[in-house]
Structures are given as C-alpha cells and as structure tokens.
Design a protein around this ligand. Structure first.
Ligand SMILES: Cc1cc2nc3c(=O)[nH]c(=O)nc-3n(C[C@H](O)[C@H](O)[C@H](O)COP(=O)(O)OP(=O)(O)OC[C@H]3O[C@@H](n4cnc5c(N)ncnc54)[C@H](O)[C@@H]3O)c2cc1C
Length: 290
C-alpha cells in the first residue's frame, strides 16, 4: 500500500485519476478501524489533510466555508462558528472523544455514510452544500445528496469533498442536535435529531427537521417542519399541539432497524421525543439570538 500527501486539490485529483484503487482519507478514524476489521486496503491512500483548502475555515460575504478535512475539534472550539450553528457544533462535538475529534472531519463523517453519523443531520438542517472535486473541476451538491445508503455515496470514483459551504442563518434562527445512545459515552446513536427554526416576531416562520440513525440515510421530515411553521412561540416555548404533531410526524418518518441496541418501536418513540426536545432548544436559541 502506498501513501501520498498532496498539497493541492489538483495534485489529489491527479493521484486519484492515475490509480483507480486509490482512496482518500482525512482523520482515518473510520478508515483505520475498517481496515483493521478486514476491509481490503486501497492500493494508494491519499491524505487530504495536507491540502490547506481542505482544513481552512472562513467566513466571508455571508457564507461559511469549512474545509472537508478540518478536525471537528476546531469547529467546536470556533466560537463564531458555534454561535452561528450551535446544533452542528453540537453534532460534531459528540463524535467519539477529544482524541477522535482532533482527527475526525465533517467530510469523513458524511462520506463514511453511516446512518448514525452525528454531524450529518445538522449539516443537512443547515442546508450545507458539498463542493466536490471531480475528474476535471468541481461540482456543488446539497450535503443531503451525498450519502445514498449505509456505506454508499453518490461520489463517483476519484471524486472527493473539498469543503462545505453554509449561508449565514437568517436573523432569529437557532438549531439544535440531540442523540440517544445506550451508553453514556463513546457509543453510536440509535436516534439523532437536528432541528433548525427561524422565529419572526412571535411565530416560527421556517423550520427543518432531520433525523439520523432511523433509516438507511438521514431523513428530512417536511411534515414535522410543517407542524412547526406558523405556530406561536410568544410565551417562549413551543406550542403544545405543534410539538405533539412534530413528534408524531418524526415517528412516522422512521424506518429503523431492530437490534439489541433498540427495537423499532423504541427507536420510533425516541425519535419523536428527541425531535420535540431539539425543537424546543432551537426555538430558545432563535429567540435568544442563538
Ligand atoms: C472510538 C471511535 C468513536 C467514534 N464515535 C463516533 C460518534 O460518536 N459519532 C459519529 O458520528 N462517528 C463516530 N466515529 C466515527 C468517525 O470518527 C467519524 O465518522 C469521523 O467523522 C470520520 O472522519 P475522518 O476524517 O476520520 O474520516 P476517515 O476515516 O478519514 O474517512 C472515512 C471515510 O470517508 C472517506 N472520506 C474522508 N474524507 C473524505 C472527503 N473529503 N471526500 C470524500 N471521501 C472522504 C474515506 O475514504 C473513508 O471512506 C467514531 C470512531 C471511533 C474510532
């Protein structure tokens, strides 16, 4: 197995074009355990962390750009980023441990395509756009379109994610991410819920609800969002009927697995509860200027 550390996106593109057995990596916190578990090793490992653009975090002209290989610890430590996207920062901050987060990346979390990936629901809820290096340039797609099933992505051979971009959230916007794990630390979510809301005056004017770990990919739940939009938060809390409708829609959207870590019925129930709780936190953040 060979190892290469390109310094530019173009060098990485050329390496990948020359070797169809090549594979990129960032933190390798998924890759190395998978190889140790017996997954065939690639002929060439392409380390993305040496490319400045892939570890750059910028905020310019109303847009955030996050290099796909940026260690998630840098995002959770970034106060301005965390103020803008508290739920995404929360999701990134739940990945493994401090040691893991010094290596793990949003790009790896998304491209590994685990249904339980903790940063992905909030990445989608915040309308993250993935800039993808192709054979001869770049293309941009919603982050929601990258994972297509467990361990599967829409990335073609030789393609890799360069960065994610996010528009500044509108005034009065807040997001939140909650997950349920059977243990207290270092476990994989059996349900994750990200909610983003925008509050205009005393009512919710926009909402997005995304569930993780309850289907082959993260699930956007438009019915749950619709249950919130137009409802009053004048007394500082979610309207009770809206919260119940949101929870019911979240439960209905689940298509979970049944295993020793949680039954289908349990996962469904928890999805409703977490969506409701995450929405309450998102509303509070939206009202407090996030
Ligand atoms: C002890 C431990 C605990 C963990 N806990 C959690 C947890 O709580 N929640 C959670 O969500 N995950 C968890 N993980 C999984 C892992 O840490 C995350 O998925 C992490 O975000 C992966 O990022 P990475 O940069 O290390 O990915 P890598 O291992 O470098 O790559 C993962 C996959 O994505 C591909 N890839 C990487 N970067 C790119 C890119 N830019 N473009 C295209 N493809 C790319 C690689 O080819 C590989 O297939 C844990 C892992 C360990 C070892």
């Amino acid at each position: 197995m060979r190892y290469a550390a390109p310094a530019t996106v173009e060098e990485a593109q050329a390496l990948l074009a020359d070797d169809t057995g090549a594979q990129v990596f960032a933190g390798a916190t998924d890759l190395v355990p998978q190889m140790r578990a017996g997954r065939p090793a690639p002929s060439l490992l392409v380390d993305l962390k040496g490319i400045d653009r892939l570890t750059a975090v910028t905020h310019e002209d109303g847009r955030w750009t996050i290099g796909a290989a940026t260690p998630t610890a840098e995002l959770t430590r970034n106060e301005a980023f965390t103020a803008a996207f508290p739920g995404l920062s929360e999701g990134a901050g739940l990945i493994g441990s401090d040691q893991i987060q010094n290596r793990s990346s949003l790009g790896g979390n998304l491209a590994n395509a685990s249904p339980a990936a903790d940063s992905v629901p909030a990445l989608i809820a915040n309308d993250g756009q993935a800039v993808i290096a192709t054979a001869d340039g770049t293309r941009t797609v919603p982050a929601a379109e990258v994972a297509t099933g467990p361990g599967r992505t829409s990335l073609a051979d030789g393609e890799f994610i360069v960065e994610f971009t996010f528009a500044d959230p509108p005034a009065g916007t807040g997001d939140a991410y909650l997950r349920m794990i059977p243990r207290t630390e270092m476990d994989i979510a059996i349900v994750g819920a990200a909610v983003r809301v925008t509050v205009d005056g005393d009512a919710i004017s926009d909402a997005t609800v995304v569930l993780g770990a309850v289907a082959p990919t993260a699930v956007v739940v438009p019915d749950a969002a619709a249950a919130l939009v137009g409802t009053s938060v004048a007394d500082g809390a979610l309207d009770d009927a809206a919260a119940t409708a949101l929870a019911e829609a979240a439960e209905a959207a689940c298509d979970p697995i049944d295993d020793k870590r949680g039954t289908i019925a349990y996962r469904r129930r928890v999805a409703g509860v977490l969506a409701r709780r995450a929405a309450a936190i998102a509303v509070e953040r939206a009202r407090n200027g996030a």
